[in-house]
Design a protein around this ligand. Structure first.
Ligand code: ADP
Ligand code: MG
Length: 697
């Protein structure tokens, strides 16, 4: 029996390996770079590179790659082998410090949103020493940032690191005001809960929609759905259990803290949650987790679907981004403290988040905008597209008393005078957790639930970190000038609550009445789709925030705007083309063949005996023929809309046209196809149904 503790992190060039394989000077100097961002000189890099290479070779690696996260949302790698020819005709294995620090992948095929003209196609990758190198297969993977030659970020890691730095800068200013001089750095941590579906590989391969788009574009509701709620936390099937066991082992070897796994609400849906860690590492790990899930599934005759909405009418998949802020001493700044002093500080950070989420609700919505996620947000299962915060009754009451200078009626009456009163102990009641809120406080962290299952968590955390950094900056600017810290603080938080309490909502986010209240009464923004929200990334206040906090330059921001919309358009055009293809080449012929069989049967019966009525056959053939006519018509309409799409000029127009025309035609085509499925003999239907995919029957 292998013990987990024996192989956990065995494929990671982590602190333990570094300590063992580097001289103590090199180790100290690398550590300084990792912990404090100190510059690394080439001699140190050379020593690290050699140690890394020797360790990698000892663990079976032959190649290395700079592993990065271009704006496609997945990870990219270009492998180089370690071999270098030796004069005697043999090879030696080499890897230098400069190869470790910098790489030059041919970047022309990665999206750049116009940031990099093709004639200067090359970009470069730069080592991120804060995220450990690891071995995947036979390749040493070095986590890197990806930039253009002019230094513009072409990836998701660079802005994420910048946003962490921004938050660190501002949070330290606040901590100093509270007399906290020993804290060296403040970081955000994330634990992303990943949802996914597992389906049988053979069935998957029979569905071109799943292969090309990751979701089903057709499919009638099966007789049984998720009505019985019998899958949630239900017993895990043996095939799935074997998959999970194998997956855990792979993840553990990579030092990924896979912790919890369970069945989710929908049939065939599951969830994996790691133990939280520093945000950029959590992001790298989540990317790796998604990749490895797919690889391991293949070994078990399964396919892992990460799409946000693989099946209509069945719950979709998201990623709950559990987020907190803590110091290098391990103090969680979002945890209510034991002393009045701690509590004042806690309330400040809490209010900073409330202000940030209200001021930049649109950016949070934008950070999770994809074609796939649009299908999930707003359905009655995922948080709505409207951003709001759930605090829970107790914390809500505390804020109310702070706002109104009234006593807080908790277990013991306390007046919420900051720095004097102790916060009441909150009961962390798990049964009362609000599952419908997009942004919920869960005791000592916030859970942002709008992130899509297939998406990188980088964007959500970039926006979150940046927005909170901005609240903290405003607070610090004010408090640093204040003659009396305590009273200024009290006044400032009171104002925050007054100004921003509209974002706090403890009710049911799935309720239609909430949409009315949120938009009409509270003036919160509601952007149901990607084309609705993404253009707002260029709103003045958002550009000011993101350039002011040095997260993006304006050209970088414009590039992202282009890429997100382009991505949206491309994925839906692929879906539309796949629908046309499947409807024309599979669905229409199947229905026609079945109708033909019925017609032949009726004719044969009539030959046998004129008196046989054949009412069923006749009626069914009539219905099926009407449906095929309808399908053919809808195919034409969809094709027409795709042709018109070509005459749109900007990506903004294109995405709006897709939202208003193409998607409508796609939905219209699906209706008669799904109806035909319900009345076509099973053996004629050209691909596995929802029942077969979800229940194996
Ligand atoms: P659930 O939300 O399912 O009840 P938990 O609250 O225990 O489960 O944890 C969910 C996720 O939140 C896990 O990935 C966990 O590591 C993460 N998490 C727990 N505490 C924190 C924290 N302080 N900061 C960030 N993430 C956290
Ligand atoms: Mg959760």
């Amino acid at each position: 029996m292998k013990h987990v503790s024996d192989y956990f992190g065995s494929l990671v060039f982590d602190d333990r390996v570094m300590k063992a394989r580097l001289s103590s000077e090199v180790y100290q100097s690398l550590k300084k770079t990792i912990d404090e961002g100190a510059k690394l000189d080439l001699s140190v890099a050379n020593a690290v590179a050699t140690a890394m290479k020797d360790w990698a070779i000892a663990n079976g690696a032959t190649h290395y790659t700079h592993w990065f996260q271009p704006l496609t949302g997945i990870t990219a790698e270009k492998h180089d082998s370690f071999i270098t020819p030796a004069p005697d005709g043999r090879v030696i294995m080499e890897f230098s410090g400069s190869e470790l620090i910098k790489g030059e992948p041919d970047a022309s095929s990665f999206p750049s949103g116009g940031l990099r003209a093709t004639f200067e196609a090359r970009g470069y990758t730069a080592w991120d020493p804060t995220s450990y190198a690891f071995i995947k297969g036979k390749t040493l993977c070095i986590p890197t940032a990806f930039c253009s030659y002019a230094g513009e970020a072409l990836d998701k890691k660079t802005p994420l690191l910048r946003s962490m730095e921004a938050l660190n800068r501002q949070a330290l200013r606040i901590l100093r005001l509270f007399g906290n001089d020993h804290v060296k750095c403040v970081r955000t941590s994330v634990g992303p809960e990943q949802e996914y579906f597992l389906v049988d590989r053979e069935m998957y391969e029979k569905r071109r929609d799943l292969i090309f788009t990751g979701r089903t574009l057709f499919g009638a509701k099966p007789p049984k759905g998720q009505e019985l709620d019998d899958h949630y936390f239900g017993a895990i099937k043996p095939t799935v259990a074997a998959f999970m066991e194998d997956l855990n082992e792979e993840l553990w070897k990579l030092g990924i803290l896979a912790k919890t796994e369970h069945n989710e609400v929908a049939p065939a849906q599951h969830e994996l949650a790691p133990i939280y860690t520093t945000t950029n590492i959590a992001t790298d790990h989540n990317q790796l987790t998604m990749e490895i899930m797919q690889k391991v599934a293949a070994r078990h005759g399964l396919v892992c679907l990460l799409h946000e909405k693989p099946f209509a009418g069945v719950n979709g998949s998201g990623k709950h981004n559990n987020w907190s802020i803590s110091t290098d001493e391990g103090v969680n700044l979002l945890s209510p403290g034991e002393t009045p002093h701690d509590n004042a500080q806690f309330l400040l950070f809490l209010c900073a988040v409330i202000k940030a989420v209200d001021d930049y609700q649109d950016l949070l919505r934008i950070s999770v905008a994809t074609a796939g996620n649009d299908l999930r947000l707003g359905a009655q299962e995922a948080p709505p597209a409207i951003v709001s915060i759930f605090l829970g009754d107790e914390l809500n009451a505390v804020l109310e008393s702070l706002e109104n200078d009234t006593p807080y009626c908790g277990v013991k009456k306390t007046k919420m005078k900051l720095g004097v009163d102790v916060l009441p102990k909150f009961t962390k009641d798990n049964t009362d957790r609000n599952r419908t809120s997009p942004f919920a406080f869960t005791g000592n962290k916030f859970e942002f639930r709008m992130v899509g299952s297939a998406d990188s968590i980088a964007c959500a955390n970039i926006m979150l970190n940046s927005a909170v950094a901005e609240s903290l900056r405003v607070y610090a600017d004010y408090l640093e000038q204040a003659p009396d810290f305590q009273s200024a603080l009290q006044e400032m938080l009171k104002n925050t609550i007054k100004e921003h309490k509209r974002i706090i909502f403890n009710g049911n986010g799935y309720d239609d009445a909430w949409i009315q209240e949120a938009t009409l009464k509270r003036g919160l923004s509601n952007y149901p789709s990607t084309p609705d929200c993404v253009p707002h990334i260029l709103d003045r206040k958002n550009v000011e925030l993101l350039t002011g906090q040095k997260i993006y330059t304006e050209p970088e921001l414009r590039a992202r705007y282009e890429i997100v919309l382009e991505n949206y358009c491309k994925s839906i055009v692929i879906e539309a083309n796949t629908m046309v293809d499947m409807a024309e080449k599979e669905i229409l012929p199947a229905i026609t063949a079945y109708a033909m069989e019925l017609a032949k049967t009726a004719a044969a019966k009539k030959v046998l005996n004129e008196q046989i009525t054949c009412a069923f056959e006749c009626e069914r053939v009539k219905t099926l023929s009407a449906l095929t006519d309808e399908i053919a018509l809808k195919i034409q309409e969809l094709k027409k809309s795709l042709i018109s799409l070509k005459s749109t000029e900007t990506v903004c127009e294109e995405s709006a046209f897709i939202r208003d025309q193409v998607l409508v035609k796609m939905r219209e085509l699906r209706v008669p196809c799904d109806e035909a499925e319900t009345i076509t003999a099973r053996k004629y239907w050209p691909f596995p149904t929802y029942g077969e995919l979800l229940f194996g029957v």
